[in-house]
Write a protein that binds this ligand. Structure first.
Ligand SMILES: [Zn+2]
Length: 110
């Protein structure tokens, strides 16, 4: 994580918006493992007390551009601190299972 704090609009658990302070953004993409300042996309509270926020980022590198999510928790003083970061895996775990996208017969690229 970078040490550069920033503020960003967050949709709170009950749907209203608030500008909240974050202690930093991930400085490494969990999909490609390369360094870079990610694009800040959207952030939503994931707990009724707004103590937890999930923040969607995008890798800035053209060969990657994957989306990933940072999990933040509210710390004393009100700023949100990073707890974890992860990219979704669409790899081999889906092989052999019916994807919800395939239920109606649709296939990617078809
Ligand atoms: Zn990347």
């Amino acid at each position: 994580m970078t040490a550069t704090a920033f503020v960003h609009l967050v949709q709170l658990f009950r749907g209203t918006g608030a500008v909240l302070r974050f202690s930093g953004a991930p400085n490494e993409c969990p999909a490609c493992g390369r360094q870079g300042e990610p694009r800040r996309l959207v952030a939503h509270s994931t707990s009724p007390d707004d103590e937890m926020v999930e923040f969607a980022f995008q890798c800035p590198r053209a060969p990657c551009r994957r989306l990933f999510v940072g999990e933040y928790g509210r710390a004393a003083g009100g700023a949100y601190q990073p707890l974890a970061v992860a990219a979704p895996s669409f790899g081999t775990e889906a092989a052999g299972h019916a994807s919800p996208w395939q239920v109606g017969g649709w296939r990617p690229g078809a």
